[in-house]
Design a protein around this ligand. Structure first.
Ligand SMILES: Nc1ncnc2c1ncn2[C@@H]1O[C@H](COP(=O)(O)OP(=O)(O)OP(=O)(O)O)[C@@H](O)[C@H]1O
Length: 845
């Protein structure tokens, strides 16, 4: 008070000055016209009051938070009365009080400023974070309704929490009030300065970040008194100095009260706590908006009308929200391919489903075709294909691989390259260089989106298959942009992919759009760690190959949370499909194959000149039948090798498929079930053959030896085919190896049959339980062309490679898989071998 009396004389003159500054501030902020200069002090104070009140009532306009807004903080005390003192906040303007919030008046001022700023700001445009290490959060207890409404985060009280808060604020400042921050102001309220010098410096740095940073700092306890060090300088900050019951307000940035830096020349009475009702009302208004923004529904992704968009220049879909705005992503010239990363459980599958449903709803199957490939165990894309209880499918889906093998992945990539080449030819014919320039008068050429989830699996192995996958991906990535073929590669880990044979840059350079889900920083630039702290349901979208400056945070809905709407959409799209459109080609890695289900098997009829032996389904896009043609060429015999009893099943399928191609009486079947494991299959095979009217002769090892002897002496003109079907051929090796009185063994005869037999319609179909036995029976691996058709089951890859002389053979034995090798046409393919229904369990490999 003494100081007030001493300065009273100066105050009157200074009021004029203050009024002029406030007028200027009012003009700048509220656009109001300046009042006429007053004659008397009392009159002037009254006018200052009116100006202050006018300013206090200003609400933030559309430029918030990019421009400062006036916020009332105190009542000025003069002998002629008082007037409200307002200071600019936001838009790069900050405020600091010299005592920390352990002082109740300072604490009340902070709370009052928070509430006043929220009252002025449009609902949902301010997010408040708080530091309260000195009072362990007590400063903000009266603002509890704001915490409950999600507007104020629980205050940070430990060093760790303060560090995280500052990191969040720095990220916010870097992104500015852009879409990433949803155009929001981040209000950082420090009830006391952080203890650490580094943290204080970081807090101070936020005040220098400028008006575009979208951060406003309210700091109490600045400058800190106890450290003895020069405090880190705050920028653009109105300083408030406590003085007993009063306080002094320094010059606000841009609109100073004084010309000499002394600030407002009258003391002020700081505003106290806002009424509880006001806190509740503000929390209610902002909380509603925050909840509205936070609620995000799958239906928000869908267009008003299905299939209304044209894909001529690209594909676009809403994938969620950036702040309060819808976030749209595109497959176009700028972002032809996407790279998606996220740790397991980060919502990668959900994100991909959101994208796929959004696209499928916007573009008709004439505009968009989908190839969906998943390497992991799970159900990612099952909802796109017909199932036992729901026969509908997403009509854009061309091929869907679930729990795919690498071989299937490479087959899909090969199919895409064929498509790319077809398109290249079409473009050449029309003399254009881009899909977008093709005339769309006829049927448009659909854009292709190929999604490969857990794509790193393709490169596991460092073998011929991996090298082919790299080459195909590189070509598709490089040329796809022009031909409307777009790739989405998703992975939980980018490590291991560096081993891409030096092709990392040439492949991923074509993927400017990066989507980082929680834990997916690997797809971003090495200096960009923004994905580390993302919550579930959000992602960093970065169209600049991961550079930190191009981050936008989006939130996406959980498609699984709207199962009914998803199912309804699927049915709408399915109902709208073109007449006669086919379901997608589906490969389910865990499915076994049965010959009875094979359309090729069902289509077999007697009369063909070159019988086909069906052994399984090829692991390719259309799951084509895996078969051998048994013509008259020497060596057209079938060897099935492996200890697994699946060998007997494959032999049965091959035998029955041959039987379907023979008129009864034109083929005889010599059946030798030599091992117990094949008794049941042998009996079943015999019954089926007999039922179809074919003569069947059962052979034991001795009878087999005798038949082989007879077959080694061919008749001149055979009238019928002979199929020698041996289950467990290795069991006969002792008998066959024995020599007769002419020193001729059964193996000699066998080798004769292998070379000459086919010309006379004689073919051996045998199951050997070991590769060594097979090699012995044919007189050594160098005779391997004498049995040209091979199905290798659980035979170790290196052993098989050695036998075949193929040293880069990529084959790992596993349940439900076999390798088909045809020595005559150099084929080697991964197949799903036929098993009898109910006998598919073969986990013991
Ligand atoms: N936007 C979201 N909102 C709420 N929950 C979500 C959201 N996205 C995903 N989830 C939930 O997170 C869990 C994991 O999601 P998802 O299966 O997509 O993860 P993922 O990354 O594919 O995991 P994984 O690689 O292990 O299969 C699911 O329970 C899912 O419902």
């Amino acid at each position: 008070m003494g100081r007030l009396a001493a300065t009273y004389g100066r105050a009157v003159a200074a009021h004029r000055q203050a009024r002029a500054h406030l007028d200027a501030a009012r003009q700048a902020l509220a656009g109001a016209t300046a009042p006429a200069p007053p004659a008397e002090t009392a009159d002037m104070v009254a006018r200052l009051r009116r100006v202050g009140e006018a300013l206090s009532a200003v609400s933030a306009g559309p430029e918030f938070p990019g421009r400062p807004i006036p916020v009332r903080l105190a009542e000025a005390a003069t002998s002629d009365g008082g007037f409200p003192v307002v200071v600019p906040l936001a838009g790069g303007a900050h405020l600091a009080v010299d005592t920390d919030a352990r002082d109740p008046r300072t604490a009340a001022l902070l709370r009052s400023l928070v509430i006043r700023l929220l009252m002025i700001a449009p609902a949902g445009t301010v997010r408040v974070v708080a530091i309260d290490n000195a009072a362990l959060g007590a400063t903000f207890l009266p603002l509890r309704p704001l915490v409950d409404a999600g507007v104020l985060a629980p205050p940070a009280t430990t060093d760790e929490e303060i560090g995280a808060l500052l990191a969040d604020a720095e990220r916010h400042a870097r992104a500015g009030h852009s879409a990433e921050n949803g155009g929001q102001l981040l209000l950082v309220v420090a009830a006391s300065m952080p203890d650490g010098r580094a943290e204080a410096t970081r807090l101070a740095a936020l005040t220098h970040a400028g008006p575009t940073a979208g951060v406003c700092v309210l700091a109490a306890g600045y400058p800190p008194r106890s450290t003895g060090l020069e405090p880190p300088p705050f920028g653009n900050t109105t300083r408030v100095t406590r003085d007993g019951d009063y306080a002094w307000v320094g010059d606000p940035p841009w609109w100073p009260y004084s010309t000499d830096g002394t600030g407002l020349v009258v003391p002020v009475l700081l505003d106290g706590d806002p009424p509880t009702g006001t806190v509740d009302a503000v929390a209610g208004r902002h909380g509603d908006a925050t909840r509205r923004d936070a609620s995000l529904d799958f239906t928000d992704l869908l267009p008003a009308r299905n299939w209304a968009e044209s894909a001529a220049t690209g594909l676009r879909t809403v994938i969620g929200r950036a702040g309060r705005e819808p976030a749209t992503l595109a497959f176009d010239d700028a972002t032809p391919h996407w790279l998606v990363g996220g740790r397991t459980g980060s919502g990668k599958t959900v994100f991909l489903l959101d994208v796929l449903y959004g696209l499928a709803a916007r573009y008709s199957p004439d505009e968009l075709a989908l190839y969906l490939l998943d390497f992991k165990e799970g159900v990612s894309f099952t909802e796109f294909v017909p199932t036992g209880h729901d026969g509908s499918w997403i009509p854009h889906a061309r091929a869907v691989g679930i729990e795919s093998d690498r071989e299937y992945g490479v087959a899909v990539l090969r199919e895409l390259r064929r498509e790319l080449n077809r398109r290249a030819n079409a473009l050449k014919r029309h003399g254009v260089t881009k899909l977008a320039d093709l005339p769309r008068d006829g049927k448009p050429v659909p854009r292709v989106v190929a999604v490969i989830d857990e794509f790193h699996v393709l490169f596991a192995g460092n073998d011929a298959l991996a090298r082919e996958a790299v080459a195909l991906l590189e070509e598709l990535a490089r040329k796809g942009r022009s031909y409307g073929i777009h790739l989405v590669l998703a992975s939980q880990s980018m490590s291991g992919i560096e081993a891409l044979y030096g092709k990392v840059d040439s492949i991923f350079g074509q993927f400017p759009l990066r989507v980082a889900l929680p834990g997916g920083s690997g797809v971003l630039d090495a200096l960009n760690d923004a994905a580390g702290a993302l919550p579930l349901g959000s992602a960093i979208i970065n169209p600049a190959a991961g550079l930190a400056s191009a981050n936008t945070v989006v939130r996406f809905p959980d498609a699984h949370g709207s199962a009914a709407r998803v199912a309804a959409l699927r049915h709408e799209l399915w109902q709208a499909r073109a007449q006669g459109s086919f379901p997608p080609a589906v490969f389910k890695g865990y499915d076994s194959a049965h010959v009875e289900d094979d359309p090729t098997f069902r289509g077999l009829t007697p009369g063909g000149r070159r019988p086909l032996a069906l052994v399984g389904r090829v692991v390719d896009v259309n799951l084509t039948s895996a078969m051998f043609m048994l013509d008259a060429t020497p060596g057209r015999h079938l060897a099935i090798v492996g200890t697994t009893p699946v060998g007997a099943d494959v032999l049965q399928a091959a035998t029955l498929s041959l039987a379907r191609q023979a008129q009864p009486g034109t083929a005889r079947f010599l059946l030798a079930p030599l091992v117990a494991a094949a008794d049941e299959v042998g009996d079943a095979t015999e019954q089926t053959l007999l039922a179809a009217g074919h003569p069947v002769t059962r052979l034991d090892p001795m009878a087999l030896r005798e038949e082989i002897r007879k077959l080694a002496e061919p008749v001149a003109q055979p009238t019928e085919r002979t199929y020698l079907v041996v289950f467990g051929m290795d069991a006969a090796s002792g008998v066959l190896a024995a020599k007769d009185q002419n020193y001729r063994s059964g193996l000699d005869d066998l080798q004769q049959v292998l070379r000459q037999g086919p010309a006379y319609g004689v073919h051996l179909l045998g199951w050997w339980r070991g590769l060594r036995r097979l090699a012995d029976d044919i007189g050594g691996a160098h005779n391997k062309d004498d049995i040209a058709c091979l199905v290798a089951l659980n035979v170790p890859g290196p052993e098989l490679g050695m036998y075949l002389g193929m040293h880069d053979l990529a084959y790992t034995p596993r349940a439900n898989r076999a390798l088909l090798v045809d020595r005559h046409d150099q084929r080697s393919k991964l197949i799903v071998p036929y098993v009898r229904p109910g006998y598919e369990l073969d986990e013991g490999l």
